[in-house]
Ligand binder design. Structure first.
Ligand code: EPZ
Length: 429
């Protein structure tokens, strides 16, 4: 079993380059199934969710080869429908984009239910609503989602009950080569939705309005291959911004789109930090103290839910009591128990956390409860002059490319160690 060991107490100083966006790369990788030809994708992060997706697509006939670090050629000419590996699919959330891609290409689909971080129930009813609006007959049986249709997806109007990132992307992918025009209302506005629309348009799709809450997709008969570079990961960037402030350091974060980080920058400025924006970088410097603040997570351009755990770790070191209202997921609070092991004084009341700062955290053996919760305990550990061991780090490696190397380059005393899995001795009779 691997662990991350952090000896904290050092402010982070220096420069870090952000990798490509996990949540943009995933829909785009599955969208290549629509193309009976070769696509070259650049700025792909080396993380396990991406590598799992490559394994899933290779398993259904895609030919994927790495041209250089972060650049892959994907040829889906010979991809078959409905044959994806059930166990691989259930390892991650992003595998559900294969549904939209198969439906768009073959007029039918059969994919196991997705997995992903355990935030309570993570329904896909809006995805199904979208596929049905496109003429799909959707059944869910035996752990699979199946879509049938008479002759393929047909453009239609869809009004989502809530702005779902995944459902917006899945329907956009399915509608790109549908017969006729699709209008998605109450669409998600995240940068990764825009990135996937831009990729599809580069392949010959006719999508407009991405980034607003109304997206129009004029179906085209087929898409051609292209070369496309994925946008930087705004959540990885935000995580390093928060770590810089939490350790009372000063870090230049490069290869970012500052506009995507505005809500995080604004919150950090409220805590007393300074954020200087450049064309493709931000310079974050902690204030003399960290002031309390309140956060409510919202769909983009609001404060991202994927930055909530990291912010909680920072606010444990603030003066006074801060609040976080998690409005997107009903329960992404499992990481709070781990922060409490480190001495955090956090009270949960429904979806609102009250975080009492002012008491230094202390080292404790902790685990990554999920991807962003894992980074939260890393940030907490970086603030503590002592040794903290973090287990279950495979959950962190799902979404962060070389996080230990990047933090070490900023002055963190951090290493990854392998310890033999505990040998469980049979109970003595
Ligand atoms: C994507 O998840 C991201 N995952 C999540 O990032 C991110 O937290 C989330 O968007 C919100 O930004 C990927 O892109 C792989 P949603 P997704 O559909 O698509 C409910 C990370 O750490 N909902 O926008 O699952 C849902 O339960 C991960 O990188 C329905 O009710 O998010 C949630 O409460 C964690 N029915 C809310 O909507 C549906 O059909 C938003 O979910 C779909 C969603």
């Amino acid at each position: 079993m691997d662990k991350i060991v952090i000896t904290g107490g050092n402010p982070l100083f220096g420069q870090v380059e952000i990798s490509g966006s996990k949540n943009a790369a995933l829909p785009i990788i599955y969208a290549t199934v629509l193309v009976k030809g070769k696509c070259v994708l650049e700025n792909i992060p080396d993380i396990s969710d991406i590598n799992c997706s490559f394994e899933i697509l290779r398993g259904v006939g895609a030919k994927i080869r790495m041209l250089s670090r972060g650049t892959y050629e994907i040829d889906c000419t010979d991809v078959v429908c409905g044959q994806s590996d059930y166990e691989l699919v259930r390892r991650i959330r992003g595998s559900y984009y294969l549904l939209g891609a198969e439906f768009g290409r073959f007029g039918r689909a059969r994919v196991g239910f997705p997995g992903g971080c355990n935030f309570g129930v993570r329904p896909i009813d809006q995805h199904i609503k979208g596929f049905e609006a496109l003429g799909g007959r959707v059944t869910t049986d035996g752990g699979y989602v199946e879509i049938e249709s008479d002759g393929g997806a047909v453009g239609s109007n869809i009004f989502f009950d809530l702005s779902s990132v995944g459902a917006t992307l899945n329907v956009m992918i399915a509608a790109a080569t549908a017969e006729g025009t699709t209008v998605i209302d109450n669409a998600a506005r995240e940068p990764h939705v825009v990135d996937c629309a831009n990729f599809l348009n580069t392949c010959g799709a006719r999508i407009s309005g991405a980034g607003s809450d109304v997206i129009k997709i004029k179906g085209v008969p087929e898409l051609h291959g292209c070369t496309y570079a994925i946008i930087p990961d705004m959540i990885e960037a935000g995580s390093f911004m928060v770590a810089a402030v939490a350790t009372r350091g000063s870090v230049k974060i490069t290869n970012v789109i500052p506009k995507h980080l505005e809500s995080v920058s604004a919150k950090l400025i409220e805590t007393g930090a300074t954020v200087e924006e450049f064309d493709d970088a931000v310079m974050v410097t902690a204030g003399k103290t960290v002031k309390r603040t309140s956060v409510k997570t919202l769909p983009y351009p609001g404060f991202p839910t994927d930055m909530h755990p990291q912010m909680a770790a920072l606010l444990c070191t603030a003066e006074g009591t801060s609040y976080i209202n998690e409005s997107i997921f009903e329960n992404r609070f499992r990481y709070v128990e781990e922060l409490r092991r480190m001495g955090a004084r956090i009270k949960a009341d429904g979806r609102v956390l009250a975080i009492e700062g002012g008491t230094p955290l202390t080292p404790a053996p902790v685990i990554a409860t999920d991807l962003r919760g894992g980074v939260a305990v890393m940030i907490a550990a970086l603030t503590i002059p002592g040794v903290t061991e973090i287990s279950e780090i495979q959950l962190i490696e799902r979404g962060y490319d070389n996080i230990c190397g990047k933090l070490r380059a900023l002055g963190a005393n951090i290493k990854k160690i392998s310890v033999p899995d505990e040998i469980v001795l049979p109970q003595a009779k």
